[in-house]
Design a protein around this ligand. Structure first.
Ligand SMILES: Cc1ncc(COP(=O)(O)O)c(C=O)c1O
Length: 381
């Protein structure tokens, strides 16, 4: 018999970190096995990246305290941009304050090249905020549903479409079906924008992201917005592309022009992280094989999750209490897997397991054993 469901009286307390994150993290004064965040390759506390950041502070201080447009461009910004261009196989790249801003910057400079926007209904908050106040018509297509997108493009033919989607969806780890979406965009002479915040360094043969995953990296009219804050373990947004695109960003984007340049330790961390990525491609295959295994195991235990092979493994529940309860239960037993309260449209309630290359097999076993125990206690809820 399934025991009556019980929610502990105490509320989920705020997770306050008091040390570096890795496969473990010190939270609210106690060390936990850590399956949260987006530190997919375990680089956030990598010794070489930390050393580079410290050295940059010694040489440059903590901030250039000016925008790139005025007096904030340093030699290390140019070095980082050259490194990113090389990594992405593009002519040039532009770095800026955050991945969140990347969508606003790109939309700002592409304006005039499209007359309608078609957006995945579960797109990230940064995409929604980038198109707020948009003069062009905006249409939502059903989540990851290329057929629905095709119908909408047909219905609203006569427009030059800009289609925008996450590459890997932040909450669910699903991969947008660009293999189906891009041919539609091409047929309608449109532009495809992919927010690849979670795919940079993870998807594709060389970690270039979702277009590379679908062998579309050489296609025209696909733009990516990316971040150094997740797999790369650092911070700051970037857009890599043609020289024409980066010129437009530097000349036209007020968001780019009027925000303070990325600070020295962050820039140096980005440069060092690119080096680690290129020297250790096994980190990417490692995290993906760990994620495949863990996903299979949670499915075997009877949990509902998504099917794409990414480091994000959500566990879905109909009622928020159930998702909160399992997160609390794991927390009480020494593991952080956060209940997701995040401003992106989703129907089910969830906890989000993040797999990192830094995790050991033992840690994953302990997590699975606890999930199994919880399932035995509460059944199929
Ligand atoms: C899909 C997506 N885009 C953009 C961002 C913003 O990136 P950043 O946190 O580096 O500003 C995030 C997450 O933070 C994200 O999940």
């Amino acid at each position: 018999m399934i025991e009556p469901f019980h929610i502990p009286d105490h509320k989920i307390s705020m997770i306050v970190l008091s040390g570096a994150i890795g496969n473990f993290a010190t939270v609210n004064g106690k060390t936990y096995s850590y399956f949260g965040g987006n530190n997919y390759l375990g680089l956030a506390n990598h010794p070489l990246i930390k050393e580079a950041a410290s050295k940059a502070i010694e040489k440059y201080g903590v901030n250039f305290s000016a925008s790139r447009q005025t007096t904030g461009t340093a030699d290390i910004h140019l070095e980082l941009e050259r490194g990113l261009s090389l990594f992405k196989g593009k002519d040039d790249s532009a770095v800026f304050a955050s991945g969140y801003l990347g969508n606003s910057i790109l939309i700002e400079v592409l304006r005039g090249g499209y007359s309608a926007i078609f957006i995945d209904e579960s797109a990230h908050a940064s995409i929604i905020s980038a198109i707020r106040g948009e003069k062009a018509s905006v249409y939502n297509y059903r989540h990851c549903d290329a057929n629905h997108l095709g119908d909408l493009l047909q219905e609203h033919g006569g427009h030059l479409p800009l289609v925008i989607t996450d590459g890997i969806f932040a909450l669910t780890g699903e991969i947008a079906p660009l293999d189906k979406i891009y041919p539609l965009v091409k047929r309608h002479n449109g532009i495809l924008v992919v927010d690849d915040a979670h795919a940079t360094g993870i998807l594709g043969k060389t970690g270039k992201g979702t277009p590379e995953h679908f062998s579309l990296q050489a296609e025209k009219n696909i733009y990516q917005t990316e971040t150094m804050s997740k797999a790369m373990g650092g911070f700051g947004g970037f857009i890599a592309g043609s020289r024409e695109l980066t010129d437009l960003i530097r000349q036209k984007s007020a968001t780019y022009q009027a925000s303070t340049a990325l600070p020295p330790p962050v820039v140096a961390a980005g440069i060092a992280s690119l080096k680690v990525l290129s020297e250790h491609p096994e980190l990417r295959t490692d995290v993906l094989s760990k994620a495949t295994w863990l996903r299979e195991q949670v499915v075997t235990l009877g949990f509902r999750t998504t099917g794409n092979n990414t480091p994000i493994i959500p566990l879905f529940f109909d009622a928020p209490e159930n998702a909160k309860s399992i997160s609390l239960y794991l927390g009480d037993n020494g593991i952080i897997v956060p209940f997701m309260n995040y401003p992106v449209r989703h129907e089910l309630h969830m906890i989000r397991i993040t797999v990192s290359a830094a995790h050991t097999a033992g840690q994953s076993e302990v997590l699975l054993n606890l999930l199994k125990k919880w399932k035995l206690k509460y059944g199929n809820i």
